[in-house]
Write a protein that binds this ligand. Structure first.
Ligand code: NOJ
Length: 571
């Protein structure tokens, strides 16, 4: 594997595959910093914390929707794709944010909910009032609510049908999500043109790409289930081709909560690429399953299923995000087990998932937090952090729906956790004040002051990852072991002569999910006789045997990242 030659843009040298070795950070504008004192975060507030994010080692921001919106679905209900919600700021402030991000050699990805709009979007207003007008066909209208019988309901706690009756047009309209989010009609070429126009608008403003929200659901059919139907893939291919031609170096990231093969399909093929990256929905819940079951088998199985993707494509690996920890893509048996372990209070559940943050899910166990982060930063793909998880922020399950894990970022022990100077009652959501996760002790300032804090640990592991190109660019080879609780793999990078900063290297990663210390023997024939050196502290371990076997002991829920060196060379 080698990089394609860097492309040259006026004043900028870009590596077109920058996303493969980037560390991403999901930051909700509303939740991060309130610069105006009105109780909600804003663009200027986010811009004021770029130094912090750069210090942490973040390369790219993923910013959920900030378009004008009635905010009935966290901004995923867009009422104007070309305007910014006034409480977040202005287009000028957004341009300023993009400039400041780029000045730091960081990048910024927007969210594009392109499957549906808010029912308050002007397109919908025109569609319902003027069926013969230019927007009459922009949405999926029907005289009955019986079309598309195989299409499942996603928001099972809130909706009992994918159709809603519009009293104005006196027809039903189709919606995959909330009934206030009518689906756009992709059978209509004018919808394609309108979405291409939106994409060009923001790319021309300098954003580095899009997370394509709910991408499997663009088309539905009588026979299919409306998930990844062939014309949906045709549309993504056309979008990719336009982006590659007109805005090389920008990326498309698929949000496709599907089974492994179907997710991989959103990356396309070498000949017909689709998205540059796809969120690794199959792997995520299986990490949590392994932690409690003490079995690595499911994770190993799914890792072997998801590896076949086009050259240059990558996985977006994540532990948590602004949504529930979705359990749609696990078997019923596993789902029930996960509910039992992680959502023992029914209040912790929503739809088919768990609405909790990372630290409370893991009961604030430092060893588990370290173990899952070590996985996040060494699995094949690019890691995506969720704001606040780097300090182990808690959640608030008394808030409705997914607001439980969208509370204000905790910066200091001061009023409103340093997030805002507003009257506490004015905050868009209250700060977390639970016994274990109270902002008076879980905050950035306190963790900066403690060298052994989770924040410093996460920063360190990010920087160690970055020092080893194998993590971002290398292949992954899962190894056999004699212990059911152990996952072991080698990340290998061939290196590139043209990039001396990216030497060839192999790194053995070993994770134990066991709740007690264990000893394990790992088969690594291909690496027989190689030396083993801990990448964190530089300590030498016994070398791999001539028979390719390695025997290691691991403490409770712990891991190693070991450099595989050549006996005759320095490493
Ligand atoms: C996926 C987004 O992540 C989620 O927050 C939203 O509710 C749905 N799409 C519907 O827009």
């Amino acid at each position: 594997m080698s990089f394609t030659a860097p492309i040259q843009l006026p004043g900028l040298v870009l590596n077109p595959q920058w996303y493969r070795s980037a560390v991403f950070y999901e930051v909700m504008i509303r939740a991060f910093v309130d610069s105006k004192g009105d109780g909600a975060g804003d663009l200027t507030g986010l811009a004021s914390k770029l130094d912090y994010l750069q210090w942490l080692g973040v390369d790219a921001l993923w910013v959920p929707p900030f378009f004008t919106s009635p905010l009935k679905d966290g901004g995923y209900d867009v009422s104007d794709y070309k305007a910014i919600l006034p409480e977040f700021g202005t287009v000028e402030e957004f341009r300023d944010l993009v400039t400041k991000v780029h000045e730091r050699n960081m990048r910024i990805i927007m969210d594009l909910p392109l499957n549906h709009t808010s029912d308050q979007h002007d397109w919908f207003e025109q569609s319902r009032t003027d069926p013969d007008g230019p927007y009459g066909d922009f949405y999926v209208w029907s005289d009955t609510d019986e079309k598309f019988p195989n299409v499942r309901i996603i928001f099972t706690d809130y909706e009992d049908s994918n159709w809603a009756f519009d009293p104005v047009r006196r027809q039903f309209y189709f919606h995959r999500f909330f009934s206030h989010q009518p689906d756009l009609n992709y059978e209509n070429p004018a919808v394609h043109a309108a979405i291409f126009d939106v994409v060009r608008f923001w790319l021309a403003m300098g954003v580095d790409g899009f997370r394509l929200d709910a991408i499997p659901y663009l088309y539905e059919s009588e026979e299919g289930n409306g998930e990844g139907e062939p014309p949906t893939h045709d549309f993504i291919r056309a979008l990719r081709s336009m982006v590659d031609d007109e805005f090389p170096g920008r990326v498309l990231i698929a949000e496709a909560n599907q089974w492994p093969r179907e997710v991989a399909a959103f990356l396309g093929t070498d000949e017909e690429p689709e998205c540059h990256m796809a969120f690794d929905f199959p792997v995520m819940p299986r990490i949590f399953y392994s932690l409690r079951s003490q079995h690595a088998g499911e994770l190993i199985q799914v890792l072997s299923e998801t590896t076949d993707i086009p050259t240059g494509a990558g996985w977006a690996v994540f532990l948590r995000n602004h949504d529930e920890l979705t359990l749609e893509m696990v078997s019923e048996e596993y789902r029930q087990a996960m509910y039992g372990w992680y959502a023992y209070d029914p209040r912790m559940r929503v739809n088919v998932g768990i609405r909790r943050r990372l630290a409370p899910l893991l009961d604030n166990s430092r060893s588990e937090l370290e173990l899952v982060h070590a996985l996040l930063f060494s699995l094949e793909g690019s890691p995506f952090l969720y704001y606040g998880d780097e300090i182990g922020m808690g959640d608030n399950i008394w808030l409705p729906d997914r607001d439980s894990s969208r509370t204000p970022m905790q910066w200091t022990p001061d009023r409103n956790a340093g997030f805002s100077s507003a009257d506490p009652g004015q905050l868009y959501l209250p700060v977390v004040q639970s016994l274990v996760y109270h902002y008076s002790h879980v905050n950035v300032e306190a963790q900066l002051a403690q060298s052994r804090s989770l924040l410093h640990w996460v920063r360190n592991v990010i920087h160690v990852r970055k020092a080893h190109p194998a993590f971002g660019l290398g292949s992954m080879h899962v190894l056999e072991t004699d212990h059911e609780s152990v996952l072991a793999f080698v990340r290998s990078h061939e290196g590139a002569v043209s990039h001396p900063s990216e030497p060839a290297e192999d790194i053995l990663c070993v994770f134990s999910f066991a709740h007690n210390p264990i000893s394990v023997t790992i088969s690594a024939e291909q690496w027989a006789d190689r030396t083993l050196t801990d990448v964190f502290g530089g300590e030498r371990f016994p070398s791999v045997g001539a028979d390719g076997l390695i025997t290691l002991t691991l403490g409770t829920q712990s891991f190693y990242w070991l450099h595989l060196g050549h006996p005759t060379r320095r490493h």
